[in-house]
Design a protein around this ligand. Sequence first.
Ligand code: PMT
Length: 408
Amino acid sequence: MARDFKDKVIVLGVTGSVAAYKACELASRLVEAGAEVIPVLTSGGREFVGAASLEGITGQRAITDMFEPAQNPEIEHIALARRADLFLIAPASANVIAKSAHGLADDWLSTTLLATRAPVLYAPAMNTKMYQHPATQDNIALLKRRGCHFVGPGSGALACGEFGPGRLIDTPAILEAASIALRNDHSLEGKHVLLTSGANHEPIDPVRFIGNRSSGKMGYAIALEALKRGAQVTVITGPCDVAPPFGVTIIQADTAVTMLDAVTDLLPSADIFVAAAAVADYRIENPPTKKQKRDDQPLRLELTPNPDIAAHVGLTRAAHQIAVGFAAETHDFLEHAQRKLQEKQLDLIVANDVSGADSGFGTETSRAWFLTPDEEAEVLPLLAKSELAERLFTRILALPRAAAVCDG
Ligand code: PMT
């Protein structure tokens, strides 16, 4: 995701909320990722966080008032409105949301929000009753209709002692939403991407299981890339180290059978299916309901084959649906992947080398090939999984079947 922020100009609007101090962490993460962050503090924001903190973190002068003697407002705020790649209002108070919705311009931030045509992302933070008030909800709906992005709020205990929606959503979710707003790509607008991700835990008994080393990082990257392209995304996830991104529908399914059930339920509504999960090929038939006691005898397990989810999709999907799989291989990559592509009747398979320390299970990068039924295998360099996901969707959209779907 860091690639998305490099050399971007992000105006960080900080408004009146007790969560304003969290803008410091957000600013720091954006600067670390290579963005130029211009902090803007409203009068409310200044009540909760000092300009000096944000200036120290961003290395930029914090803008606090519309008409400071040292600046020419006409030049500065219009220039920045034009230069910004993203306006990120975090925390976004009910006040700034209301002013933006109704075109008020009584301070630097509200004025510049009117002047800019850059994407605007709001991360609301306020008392639950204020957030749920029809006026606030109407203002949010109005801004969404104008194409503004929103992330959160989260739910939980609030500083005012109430419990419910209104907490500033956590920084990783804001960063994901910012990378989506910055991309401004609509190549999957209105499409539903359904994917499996993560590992399986096939129970041996109530305590033990057979699993694998999938971390869910590849599935996370695929889900985030689909979000960036405007898709509705559903992730059917087994146990994993990396939770799917904010903004997707998550279905937990820890075994191959429960994963298949979830895929079967949701497949009719999907335009693109990606099988990124490391699905267990076998399970223990009828595992005991009590923990097996240790004795000094060998423990023999009777394993039965699991259903092949990707093959089920490949063989039963509708003509407009695109089916993509992965082949986790340690040798003879193309030969094994080609066989799976054909046996599972997929449109594309990503052969990935899972033998190296820098590729496959749990890694940040992957060494992969794209195989389709009627073209030469496309070899890829070692890539970050986020870049592999980006190239995967670009390749998917170039498939003959996609041309019919996405033009249709
Ligand atoms: O999660 P990470 O740590 O980031 O690791 C990513 C990954 C290595 C798990 C991922 O890139 C990957 O390769 N996923 C597929 C792993 C796997 O099960 O590969 P396979 O060659 O055994 O299966 C081939 C395809 O059939 C896969 O799309 C798999 O999801 C699917 N399959 C396999 C068996 C089964 N019973 N049902 C299936 O749907």
